[in-house]
Ligand binder design. Structure first.
Ligand code: KG4
Ligand code: ZN
Length: 366
């Protein structure tokens, strides 16, 4: 039995969680700094680091308390070491490192991006990952930093089959919301307004989908481009803002803008799933909280594929996904000198693999 304490500080959430054997989430504590960054319209790295510094001890304490465990019950400490904001990552890594070192237990570096995928299998669904019949898997990771379609093969292989050439889908939500004068983060604000709006009222571009009649080159078949959306929103605002009552303008604009992002994400994922004969399709990352996206995904991606959509609490940044995945990548624990990295491309692309899903013996170091 391994109780792993996970720590996550890659962006603006200070999070800690305890997960047993990669499956049972005993606690999942998230302290969000969103309100602090809202005035700046986005995350300020130095401010994020300072907030992590002041909150991390309390958050980790709460995670242990909620799990009804003491630090002496913990078998290993797992921590996000990238991709993310370097000043923010350093706080979590240093804290985790000191804690693991003082207890002489393993310190496991965990890839935040990969952990988002694992988030879709927490709470009773990890067996799917251990079953060869679940592969190939197509996973759409949609967050504030990434929009990537990943292919996980039955032979433990993992490759990126598509990604955004510019903004991530979460950025498209955030930037669109900013132009509309809504708060940060933009995704939840747009979703809320969109509920009362008409998604077919305005035509926002769906780049690289062929919707405009322009052919999509084969290399961009599974790639995304969202940067044109914010320009379209700027133009749209100038043309329509004065012509409609304020509330219906905002609601219809939010609904139409959201629909464009959702359509692009669903179409590309479905195409990739069909092309690669995927048996399982995963939807994860912060944008996967979006109710319209979840609804369209469930309706469009059907049998014979299994659809794993992360629970909302495991979509946005959390430490349960870090502690959960750590159980399967314990072999990456190698002393206490771990480094942090900002971008996915800066590291070996460490996707969990079925090879890693063997029972892991948690050994004491030192
Ligand atoms: O995964 P996450 O918490 O952090 C990163 O790793 O980036 O994702 C944050 C992103 C933000 O861009 C936020 O606007 C978006 O997820 N988001 C949403 C919703 N909730 C969060 N986007 C659309 N609809 C939502 N309900
Ligand atoms: Zn994230």
């Amino acid at each position: 039995m391994a109780f792993i304490l996970g720590i996550e500080t890659s962006c603006d959430e200070t999070a800690a969680a305890v997960v047993e054997d990669g499956r049972a989430v005993l606690s999942n504590v998230v302290s969000s700094q969103m309100a602090k960054h809202a005035d700046f319209g986005g995350v300020v790295p130095e401010l994020a680091a300072r907030e992590h510094l002041s909150g991390i001890e309390t958050v980790v304490g709460c995670a242990l308390e909620e799990a009804s465990l003491g630090i002496s019950d913990i078998s290993a400490v797992a921590v996000t070491n990238g991709p993310g904001l370097v000043p923010a990552l350093l706080i979590g890594v240093n804290f985790a490192r000191a804690l693991a070192f003082s207890r002489k237990i393993p310190l496991v570096p965990v890839n935040h991006f990969t952990a988002h995928i694992y988030g879709a299998f927490l709470d009773g669904r990890t067996a799917i990952l251990e079953d060869p019949a679940s592969y190939p898997i197509i996973a759409l990771v949609v967050s504030g930093g990434h929009t990537v379609i990943l292919l996980l093969g039955p032979d433990s292989s993992a490759s990126i089959v598509g990604q955004s050439l510019d903004d991530a889908a979460g950025e498209a939500f955030d930037k669109g919301a900013k132009i509309m004068g809504l708060g940060y983060p933009g995704g939840p604000a747009i979703q809320k307004l969109a509920k009362d709006g008409d998604p077919a009222k305005f035509a926002f571009p769906r780049a690289l989908t062929g919707a405009s009649g322009r052919a999509v080159s084969p290399e961009d078949r599974f790639n995304f481009s969202f940067s044109g959306l914010k320009t379209a929103m700027l133009k749209h605002k100038k043309i329509f803002e004065d012509r409609m009552p304020a509330q219906s303008f905002l609601a219809d604009s939010a609904a139409s803008y959201q629909e464009a992002i959702v359509d692009i994400l669903v179409k590309k994922t479905l195409d990739a799933a069909e092309f690669h004969s995927a048996r399982t399709v995963v939807l994860c990352g912060g944008v996967a909280c979006n109710t319209r996206l979840r609804e369209k995904f469930s309706k469009t991606i059907r049998h014979p594929r299994f659809l794993a959509i992360a629970e909302p609490g495991f979509c946005t940044d959390n430490a349960a996904m870090i502690a959960g995945l750590a159980f399967h990548v314990m072999h990456k624990a190698d002393g206490y000198a771990i480094d942090v990295f900002a971008r996915l491309a800066e590291t070996e692309f460490n996707v969990f693999s079925r090879r890693d899903f063997k029972p892991v013996v948690v050994a004491q170091i030192g």
